[in-house]
Ligand binder design. Sequence first.
Ligand code: ZN
Length: 430
Amino acid sequence: MGTDGPGPGLQLQAGLQPELRALPGLLKALGMLAMTHAEVVTATERALASNPVLERAEGHPCPGCGRHVASGTCFRCRGGQGVSRFQDGPEPAVNPFASLDEDARVEVRPDSRHALELVLAHLTSRGLLDCGPEQLALLHGLHPGQVHEALRALRAVGPPGIAATSVVELLALQAEALAAAGEVPDWLPHLVRGHLADLAAGSTDAAASVLGLSGEQVLAGLAIVRERLRPFVAMDTSAETSAIQTADVFLYRRPDGSLEVEVPASAWFGLQVVDLSAGLTDASGAKQWLTEHELEARRLLYQIDRRASALLRITECAVTHQKDFLDHGDAGHHRPLTRTAVAQETGLHPSTVSRAVSGKRLRLPSGTVTDLACLFGKGQAARAALQEYMTTAAGGAASDEQLRGALARSGFAIARRTVNKYRRSLQQDA
Ligand SMILES: [Zn+2]
């Protein structure tokens, strides 16, 4: 981002012309600024589940900070401390489908076990095969029959659609599974396999005449496709992330002692827009269908990045003011700082700064997570001081009155009642 320094405002920075063409996008970007990290994660998961061109890159969340890491350990926190299972053991499995390996191995003909391993290695994070079976056989010097046997075994044990070679095939396989279970009409798989492109282009006539259906039936089928089918293979991958102390803003100390601010942007989440057009016939409306999804996906990434960029500017500005406070960790070094002052320095609107700071969490270099608002105001300084003091042996056991005394010695004249209020809110956060 080369747009730092005071500017005429968030919406008029250079290089952001696409936004002028997409006002709804701008409004959404501002809405996203108010979102917490958890809310951004939820929005992201929802988009990943519904948009076929939005994808999370291969990899896994860093057990220390949650960053999406392609391979190896996180360059920033090296996996964090206190998460011993990742420190000495091997890397966590990056392939969510690795668990299918054992089941499929039992199922597969012995002469095709090696082919099975290779098929698993060629699965994308969506569960699609990244090349055709024949190509895969050619690539690894296998007999095509072995690859097909491996695919048969994998599909027998895996979720519907696993190892499909295109999104259309993936959807068709899911439709077949639902039809076999009697949950959807028998003709739905044919509709998906042969006519999805026409339907995406808004034409129901061809599908209706070929399949002998009414226009209403075709539309009902399309509704089922939207509701029940997913452009990825669903696997339960709920493990990993629970121990992570997530935050909206991360503060790191560089080797030279200076502070660096990082805000999770789209790359942090491992999000990317992929080209899925290979599996679709050219002369159809399917390309347009994909283009719309692609625009939507890019808009989401843009919004996440805009949120990150605004939060970054605001926090960097506040951190500059609170350098002493952050270096020494004691409230005596906290400087009163208003949101208005930061708005003036960053060129953002004061309400933008307020919305950005509100409800956000800051992870300090020590790993402690606190309110981003602790960099602002005056009362927050006392609260931060109290938090620091309470982590010491003396502070942990101190009464409200003793805490009040300790704060007073740090220069904070605060009523015991207020101390009690701070203490209770800090204990709730812990
Ligand atoms: Zn990390």
